[in-house]
Write a protein that binds this ligand. Sequence first.
Ligand code: A2H
Length: 259
Amino acid sequence: EGVNPQEYTLIKLRVKEIPEAWDLEDTPVFLVAATLRPETMYGQTNCFVLPEGQYGLFRTKEGEIFVCSQRSALNMYYQDILEEKENSTSPRCLMSLSGQELVGLPLEAPLCQYSTIHVLPMFTISMSKGTGVVTSVPAEAPDDYICLRDWKTRANWRDQYNVKEEWCVPFEVQEILTFDGDGEDEASFASAPAVCEQMKIGSHREKDKLAAAKKEVYQKGFYSGIMNVGAYKGQKVADVKAKIKEDLIEKGEALAYFE
Ligand code: A2H
Protein backbone atom coordinates (compact mmCIF):
# COMPACT_ATOMS: atom_id res chain seq x y z
CA GLU A 1 0.00 0.00 0.00
CA GLY A 2 1.33 3.36 -1.07
CA VAL A 3 1.54 6.71 0.66
CA ASN A 4 -1.35 8.28 -1.22
CA PRO A 5 -4.71 6.74 -0.44
CA GLN A 6 -6.52 5.40 -3.47
CA GLU A 7 -10.21 6.22 -3.68
CA TYR A 8 -12.42 3.50 -5.11
CA THR A 9 -16.13 3.36 -5.75
CA LEU A 10 -17.74 0.33 -4.14
CA ILE A 11 -20.53 -0.95 -6.36
CA LYS A 12 -23.32 -2.81 -4.53
CA LEU A 13 -24.36 -5.96 -6.38
CA ARG A 14 -27.54 -7.29 -4.75
CA VAL A 15 -27.78 -11.04 -4.23
CA LYS A 16 -31.14 -12.02 -5.78
CA GLU A 17 -31.38 -15.47 -4.19
CA ILE A 18 -29.79 -15.69 -0.75
CA PRO A 19 -28.56 -19.23 0.06
CA GLU A 20 -30.57 -20.74 2.94
CA ALA A 21 -27.37 -21.71 4.74
CA TRP A 22 -26.60 -18.01 5.26
CA ASP A 23 -29.67 -17.82 7.50
CA LEU A 24 -30.38 -14.16 6.72
CA GLU A 25 -34.02 -14.33 5.59
CA ASP A 26 -35.03 -10.92 4.19
CA THR A 27 -31.90 -8.92 5.00
CA PRO A 28 -30.56 -7.26 1.82
CA VAL A 29 -27.21 -8.82 0.88
CA PHE A 30 -24.67 -7.30 -1.53
CA LEU A 31 -21.37 -8.37 -3.02
CA VAL A 32 -19.36 -5.12 -3.04
CA ALA A 33 -16.92 -4.56 -5.92
CA ALA A 34 -14.19 -1.89 -5.91
CA THR A 35 -13.86 0.00 -9.19
CA LEU A 36 -11.94 2.98 -10.61
CA ARG A 37 -14.38 3.26 -13.54
CA PRO A 38 -17.91 3.88 -12.19
CA GLU A 39 -18.91 5.39 -15.57
CA THR A 40 -18.57 1.97 -17.21
CA MET A 41 -21.14 0.21 -15.02
CA TYR A 42 -23.64 0.25 -17.91
CA GLY A 43 -21.50 -2.46 -19.48
CA GLN A 44 -21.47 -5.01 -16.64
CA THR A 45 -21.96 -8.63 -17.75
CA ASN A 46 -20.97 -10.58 -14.61
CA CYS A 47 -18.92 -10.38 -11.42
CA PHE A 48 -15.65 -12.12 -10.50
CA VAL A 49 -14.26 -13.62 -7.28
CA LEU A 50 -11.09 -15.61 -6.51
CA PRO A 51 -12.24 -19.26 -6.05
CA GLU A 52 -9.69 -19.97 -3.29
CA GLY A 53 -10.10 -16.51 -1.70
CA GLN A 54 -11.64 -16.10 1.76
CA TYR A 55 -14.68 -13.84 1.92
CA GLY A 56 -16.97 -12.93 4.80
CA LEU A 57 -20.47 -11.62 5.52
CA PHE A 58 -20.46 -8.32 7.46
CA ARG A 59 -23.31 -6.13 8.72
CA THR A 60 -23.29 -2.45 7.74
CA LYS A 61 -24.50 0.50 9.80
CA GLU A 62 -27.63 0.56 7.63
CA GLY A 63 -28.42 -3.05 8.53
CA GLU A 64 -27.44 -4.48 5.16
CA ILE A 65 -24.99 -7.35 4.67
CA PHE A 66 -21.81 -6.91 2.60
CA VAL A 67 -19.82 -9.81 1.14
CA CYS A 68 -16.11 -8.90 0.80
CA SER A 69 -12.58 -9.85 1.88
CA GLN A 70 -11.71 -9.76 5.60
CA ARG A 71 -9.05 -7.16 4.90
CA SER A 72 -11.45 -4.75 3.19
CA ALA A 73 -14.00 -5.30 5.99
CA LEU A 74 -11.45 -4.00 8.48
CA ASN A 75 -10.94 -0.89 6.32
CA MET A 76 -14.70 -0.43 6.06
CA TYR A 77 -14.99 -0.75 9.83
CA TYR A 78 -12.56 2.15 10.30
CA GLN A 79 -14.32 4.14 7.56
CA ASP A 80 -17.61 3.88 9.50
CA ILE A 81 -19.30 1.76 6.87
CA LEU A 82 -19.76 -1.36 8.99
CA GLU A 83 -21.77 -1.78 12.19
CA GLU A 84 -19.99 -0.66 15.32
CA LYS A 85 -19.00 -3.26 17.86
CA GLU A 86 -18.34 -2.08 21.41
CA ASN A 87 -14.81 -2.54 22.77
CA SER A 88 -13.62 -4.05 19.54
CA THR A 89 -11.03 -3.06 16.98
CA SER A 90 -12.42 -5.29 14.24
CA PRO A 91 -15.82 -5.97 12.66
CA ARG A 92 -17.81 -9.13 13.37
CA CYS A 93 -17.74 -11.67 10.56
CA LEU A 94 -21.18 -13.36 10.48
CA MET A 95 -19.97 -16.16 8.25
CA SER A 96 -16.83 -17.04 6.31
CA LEU A 97 -17.03 -18.32 2.72
CA SER A 98 -14.65 -19.28 -0.08
CA GLY A 99 -14.96 -17.56 -3.45
CA GLN A 100 -15.93 -20.91 -4.97
CA GLU A 101 -19.03 -20.93 -2.74
CA LEU A 102 -20.10 -17.62 -4.31
CA VAL A 103 -19.76 -18.83 -7.91
CA GLY A 104 -23.11 -18.83 -9.72
CA LEU A 105 -24.96 -16.48 -7.37
CA PRO A 106 -27.48 -14.35 -9.30
CA LEU A 107 -26.97 -10.59 -8.81
CA GLU A 108 -28.71 -7.34 -9.64
CA ALA A 109 -26.18 -4.61 -10.55
CA PRO A 110 -26.73 -0.83 -10.75
CA LEU A 111 -26.93 0.67 -14.29
CA CYS A 112 -26.52 -2.82 -15.78
CA GLN A 113 -28.40 -3.61 -19.03
CA TYR A 114 -29.12 -7.14 -17.82
CA SER A 115 -31.61 -7.76 -14.99
CA THR A 116 -29.54 -10.68 -13.65
CA ILE A 117 -25.79 -11.35 -13.88
CA HIS A 118 -23.76 -14.12 -12.20
CA VAL A 119 -20.58 -14.64 -10.19
CA LEU A 120 -17.71 -16.32 -12.07
CA PRO A 121 -14.17 -17.24 -10.95
CA MET A 122 -11.10 -15.16 -11.86
CA PHE A 123 -7.67 -16.59 -10.96
CA THR A 124 -5.74 -13.31 -11.03
CA ILE A 125 -7.70 -11.42 -8.35
CA SER A 126 -5.54 -10.10 -5.51
CA MET A 127 -7.08 -10.48 -2.06
CA SER A 128 -4.93 -7.58 -0.83
CA LYS A 129 -6.55 -5.01 -3.11
CA GLY A 130 -10.08 -3.61 -3.02
CA THR A 131 -12.69 -6.04 -1.71
CA GLY A 132 -11.54 -9.13 -3.64
CA VAL A 133 -14.74 -8.77 -5.70
CA VAL A 134 -14.41 -7.37 -9.24
CA THR A 135 -17.38 -6.33 -11.32
CA SER A 136 -16.85 -7.20 -14.96
CA VAL A 137 -17.02 -4.76 -17.87
CA PRO A 138 -15.55 -6.61 -20.86
CA ALA A 139 -15.93 -3.62 -23.24
CA GLU A 140 -13.45 -1.51 -21.26
CA ALA A 141 -11.41 -3.89 -19.10
CA PRO A 142 -9.06 -6.31 -20.89
CA ASP A 143 -8.87 -8.60 -17.83
CA ASP A 144 -12.65 -8.86 -17.73
CA TYR A 145 -12.96 -9.43 -21.48
CA ILE A 146 -10.39 -12.24 -21.59
CA CYS A 147 -11.67 -13.88 -18.41
CA LEU A 148 -15.29 -13.89 -19.62
CA ARG A 149 -14.05 -15.27 -22.97
CA ASP A 150 -12.22 -18.05 -21.08
CA TRP A 151 -15.45 -19.13 -19.36
CA LYS A 152 -17.45 -18.89 -22.57
CA THR A 153 -15.04 -20.99 -24.61
CA ARG A 154 -13.51 -23.51 -22.17
CA ALA A 155 -15.99 -26.27 -21.33
CA ASN A 156 -13.32 -28.12 -19.31
CA TRP A 157 -12.75 -25.11 -17.04
CA ARG A 158 -16.51 -24.74 -16.61
CA ASP A 159 -16.83 -28.38 -15.53
CA GLN A 160 -13.97 -28.07 -13.08
CA TYR A 161 -15.31 -24.90 -11.41
CA ASN A 162 -19.06 -25.64 -11.62
CA VAL A 163 -19.70 -22.78 -14.02
CA LYS A 164 -22.86 -23.08 -16.10
CA GLU A 165 -22.79 -22.05 -19.75
CA GLU A 166 -25.84 -19.79 -19.29
CA TRP A 167 -23.94 -17.68 -16.70
CA CYS A 168 -21.43 -16.53 -19.34
CA VAL A 169 -22.34 -17.40 -22.93
CA PRO A 170 -25.43 -15.18 -23.39
CA PHE A 171 -23.70 -12.01 -22.17
CA GLU A 172 -22.51 -9.71 -24.98
CA VAL A 173 -19.92 -6.95 -24.84
CA GLN A 174 -21.87 -3.65 -24.72
CA GLU A 175 -20.43 -0.62 -26.58
CA ILE A 176 -20.65 1.87 -23.74
CA LEU A 177 -18.15 4.47 -25.02
CA THR A 178 -17.47 6.07 -28.41
CA PHE A 179 -14.55 8.25 -29.47
CA ASP A 180 -14.52 11.85 -30.67
CA GLY A 181 -14.73 12.42 -34.42
CA ASP A 182 -12.81 9.26 -35.17
CA GLY A 183 -15.53 7.17 -36.70
CA GLU A 184 -16.18 3.48 -36.22
CA ASP A 185 -12.70 2.12 -36.82
CA GLU A 186 -11.01 4.14 -34.14
CA ALA A 187 -13.77 3.40 -31.64
CA SER A 188 -13.61 -0.33 -32.10
CA PHE A 189 -9.81 -0.23 -32.02
CA ALA A 190 -9.82 1.36 -28.58
CA SER A 191 -12.20 -1.16 -27.02
CA ALA A 192 -10.84 -3.93 -24.82
CA PRO A 193 -11.87 -6.75 -27.19
CA ALA A 194 -10.08 -5.19 -30.19
CA VAL A 195 -6.87 -4.52 -28.27
CA CYS A 196 -6.89 -8.02 -26.75
CA GLU A 197 -7.51 -9.77 -30.07
CA GLN A 198 -4.78 -7.71 -31.73
CA MET A 199 -2.33 -8.63 -28.96
CA LYS A 200 -3.34 -12.30 -29.24
CA ILE A 201 -3.90 -12.79 -25.54
CA GLY A 202 -4.52 -16.51 -24.96
CA SER A 203 -6.07 -16.63 -21.48
CA HIS A 204 -6.66 -14.42 -18.47
CA ARG A 205 -3.56 -15.91 -16.79
CA GLU A 206 -1.31 -13.89 -19.22
CA LYS A 207 -0.76 -11.05 -16.77
CA ASP A 208 1.98 -9.09 -18.60
CA LYS A 209 0.14 -8.84 -21.90
CA LEU A 210 -3.02 -7.89 -20.04
CA ALA A 211 -1.23 -5.12 -18.16
CA ALA A 212 -0.11 -3.59 -21.48
CA ALA A 213 -3.59 -3.89 -22.98
CA LYS A 214 -5.13 -2.33 -19.86
CA LYS A 215 -2.89 0.73 -20.11
CA GLU A 216 -3.83 1.35 -23.72
CA VAL A 217 -7.58 0.94 -23.22
CA TYR A 218 -7.68 2.97 -20.02
CA GLN A 219 -5.90 6.06 -21.41
CA LYS A 220 -8.05 6.13 -24.50
CA GLY A 221 -11.28 5.62 -22.52
CA PHE A 222 -10.60 8.32 -19.97
CA TYR A 223 -9.12 11.03 -22.20
CA SER A 224 -11.15 10.63 -25.40
CA GLY A 225 -14.12 8.48 -24.45
CA ILE A 226 -17.68 9.75 -24.89
CA MET A 227 -20.65 8.14 -23.16
CA ASN A 228 -22.68 6.10 -25.63
CA VAL A 229 -25.43 5.09 -23.17
CA GLY A 230 -27.32 6.35 -20.13
CA ALA A 231 -28.27 9.73 -18.70
CA TYR A 232 -25.03 11.42 -19.85
CA LYS A 233 -25.00 10.01 -23.38
CA GLY A 234 -22.95 12.23 -25.72
CA GLN A 235 -20.83 13.76 -22.94
CA LYS A 236 -17.12 13.24 -22.33
CA VAL A 237 -16.11 10.58 -19.79
CA ALA A 238 -13.71 13.00 -18.13
CA ASP A 239 -16.58 15.45 -17.52
CA VAL A 240 -19.19 13.02 -16.19
CA LYS A 241 -17.23 10.36 -14.34
CA ALA A 242 -17.61 12.11 -10.96
CA LYS A 243 -21.31 12.83 -11.55
CA ILE A 244 -22.08 9.22 -12.38
CA LYS A 245 -20.34 8.20 -9.19
CA GLU A 246 -22.29 10.77 -7.12
CA ASP A 247 -25.59 9.66 -8.68
CA LEU A 248 -24.87 6.05 -7.70
CA ILE A 249 -23.94 7.06 -4.15
CA GLU A 250 -27.06 9.22 -3.81
CA LYS A 251 -29.27 6.31 -4.87
CA GLY A 252 -27.62 4.06 -2.27
CA GLU A 253 -26.17 1.84 -4.99
CA ALA A 254 -22.51 2.64 -4.32
CA LEU A 255 -20.19 4.19 -1.74
CA ALA A 256 -16.77 5.78 -1.57
CA TYR A 257 -13.98 3.63 -0.11
CA PHE A 258 -10.30 4.37 0.50
CA GLU A 259 -7.19 2.28 0.97
B1 A2H B 1 -11.79 -1.74 -12.65
P1 A2H B 1 -5.79 -0.71 -9.25
CL1 A2H B 1 -14.09 -0.98 -17.10
N1 A2H B 1 -7.75 -7.80 -8.00
O1 A2H B 1 -13.25 -1.67 -12.64
C1 A2H B 1 -7.63 -7.52 -9.32
N2 A2H B 1 -8.27 -6.50 -9.93
C2 A2H B 1 -9.05 -5.72 -9.17
C3 A2H B 1 -9.24 -5.96 -7.78
C4 A2H B 1 -8.54 -7.06 -7.19
N3 A2H B 1 -8.66 -7.34 -5.90
N4 A2H B 1 -10.10 -5.05 -7.29
C5 A2H B 1 -10.44 -4.26 -8.32
N5 A2H B 1 -9.82 -4.66 -9.46
C6 A2H B 1 -9.91 -4.09 -10.82
C7 A2H B 1 -13.82 -1.63 -13.97
C8 A2H B 1 -12.65 -1.34 -14.84
C9 A2H B 1 -11.47 -1.38 -14.13
C10 A2H B 1 -12.65 -1.01 -16.20
C11 A2H B 1 -11.44 -0.74 -16.81
C12 A2H B 1 -10.25 -0.79 -16.10
C13 A2H B 1 -10.26 -1.12 -14.73
C14 A2H B 1 -14.50 -2.94 -14.31
N6 A2H B 1 -13.74 -4.09 -13.97
O2 A2H B 1 -9.13 -1.18 -13.99
O3 A2H B 1 -4.73 -1.74 -9.21
C15 A2H B 1 -11.10 -3.19 -11.01
O4 A2H B 1 -11.42 -3.11 -12.38
C16 A2H B 1 -7.89 -0.90 -14.64
C17 A2H B 1 -6.84 -0.53 -13.62
O5 A2H B 1 -6.27 -0.29 -7.91
C18 A2H B 1 -10.61 -1.79 -10.63
O6 A2H B 1 -11.24 -0.91 -11.60
O7 A2H B 1 -5.38 0.39 -10.15
C19 A2H B 1 -9.12 -1.87 -10.84
O8 A2H B 1 -8.79 -3.27 -11.01
C20 A2H B 1 -8.32 -1.32 -9.67
O9 A2H B 1 -6.98 -1.49 -9.99
